[in-house]
Design a protein around this ligand. Sequence first.
Ligand code: C5P
Length: 222
Amino acid sequence: WQQQDMKGIRILVTAGGTRERIDPVRYLTNDSSGKMGYQLAAEAVRRGAEVTLVSAAVGLTPPPKVRLIRVESAIDMYEAVLAELPGIEVVIKAAAVADYRPVVQADEKIKKTEDKMHIELVRNPDILAEIGRRKTERQVIVGFAAETNHTEANALEKLHKKNADLIVANDVTQEGAGFSVDTNIVSLVRRDRPVRQLPIMSKQSVANAVLDEILSIRRERL
Ligand code: C5P
């Protein structure tokens, strides 16, 4: 099934939730399990692609034959992805990148006091938007959108704002969709195409549907 139809295509996948350090023993993060990104990497390898997986911390075993780059924070991921980008043909940004990080990362563990505690946050760079700005004619850029409402409208806005070719949108409030579970319910939002709503599927099948869509976008460019 779909044997080796991605042979030699250089794909970069990001996965997991970034960790934004407060001090050496504390951080801010989110509910991303990394499962969707790891399935995408595994299926792309199975179909013959050369896969680089830029992974934030996850409790998963990396698929065989991927080149794994481990990162912690959004800034680390930004640097790793942009360094790899020139040699890459397809970027799939399945990671849940923290939107904010603490202004100060303390070198020592912060001591508690009786006072209130404030952590000031600053915006992280938007990695996908930066990839979109640097995109060449040959590159296909795929983003994910985890939403709790107006899923498709928000996805369409992201597609254009971030100069992406495909947004995989899911409503994370639906049972069987989103974080941690092994299934997902997604819509594939492409430029100048009707939205493709997929039924509930395993993340492995969603991964293959996304890879099929990427091949279709590449074919359209020929
Ligand atoms: O957070 P947002 O909904 O905008 O995320 C949509 C897409 O943008 C996802 O693919 C996510 O990985 C990516 N993103 C990113 N850098 C950020 C925030 C989001 O690459 N700082």
